[in-house]
Design a protein around this ligand. Sequence first.
Ligand code: ASP
Ligand code: MG
Length: 408
Amino acid sequence: MNILVQKFGGTSVANLERMRLVRERVKLGLAGADKAVVVLSARAGETNRLLALAEEWSSNPDPAERDVLISTGEQTSAALFAMLLRDDGLKARSVLGFQIPILTDEEYGKARIRSIEADRLRAWLKDYDVLVVAGFQGISPSGQVSTLGRGGSDTSAVALAAALKAGMCEIYTDVEGVYTADPGIVSNARKLDYIVYDEMLEMASMGAKVLEIRSVEFARRYSVPVHVRSTFTGTRGTMLIKEVKKMEQALLSGVTQDKDQARITLRACPDRPGVSAGIFGPLAQAGITVDMIVQNPSLDGVTDMTFTVSRKDLLKALAVMEEERGRMPGMEVLHDSNVCKVSLIGVGMRNHSGVAAKAFETLARENVNILMISTSEIKISCLIEEKYIELAVRALHEAFDLGKSAEG
Ligand code: ASP
Ligand code: MG
């Protein structure tokens, strides 16, 4: 049995007219597959509306009850869409997370999927051609409804595709695929036909908001073929794959920017064993994720340490540092949130040298000062002043010739 999984995001199911368009996409999908499992998000704006409602009702909403509430957005979409399909004579029914069941842990609001029972789905697929599954939701070991975190319907879809060994998982959204850069910044940004899972993970974590990052981790772990494409144009989008043939491997796949960066510098912090652990341990305990870290060589037993955190965590991180300062006399804490990260991403870098040098030269030519650098096998990131971010993205995209050629 050839099963196609299709996921439609909030803007695709926003109203009746759009749901009718989605129905056409499902019918087209069924023309090339035996059965379809359609995963839906809540209608655009609905999850935010429900979250606000919880805040209005309670000064401290119980996380499990909040999940019961916000999961109704997807339940509504699934029921309405199943009705539309049935009106058109299709054999379809809605399915909620707990009915499958999609088992998660107890982390309400950001639950992780532990397992999916595929037997029941398979049994239903004998009687129905389309199962309309409510995305974003599962059930915890104690039998409570759980949700997977914002954007979690992508993860529902990829996990279902893995569990059902689906031939393809199509993620329909309001953009045409994954681009070499943000088309809002770079006018000749090019849609990629293919992207390797590892590259997509880097892009997803750096603000190319096409796919939720956990869904990409899932896709990579289970080698799920994913096709990101537009509901509205129906054109071929971007395929996520394990690897590209060596000959066809481009050096770079894209340039991304991340504005969600704030920098903290600890000046004159004592340089002795355990200092890093003493700084980053308490930050981790406070639930703060640290991104880039640079430590300067020490002089007279003191050193400067600089790191970046998400802007929303800046105040919390400064409070943690304030507490630690007692143990490090003389240490000064500086911070700056007018910084951004620009990154070059590409698995082709593994086999090439000189990418970093060319990137630094490019930024130098534009007079952009680099504040911090971090690299991995497939990524080079530079922290720069926020006001230069668009200039930097355009210059790098141009220097590495990533855009569409003039003829298209
Ligand atoms: N409705 C949820 C959200 O807005 C999940 C999703 O759409 O993927 O985050
Ligand atoms: Mg989404």
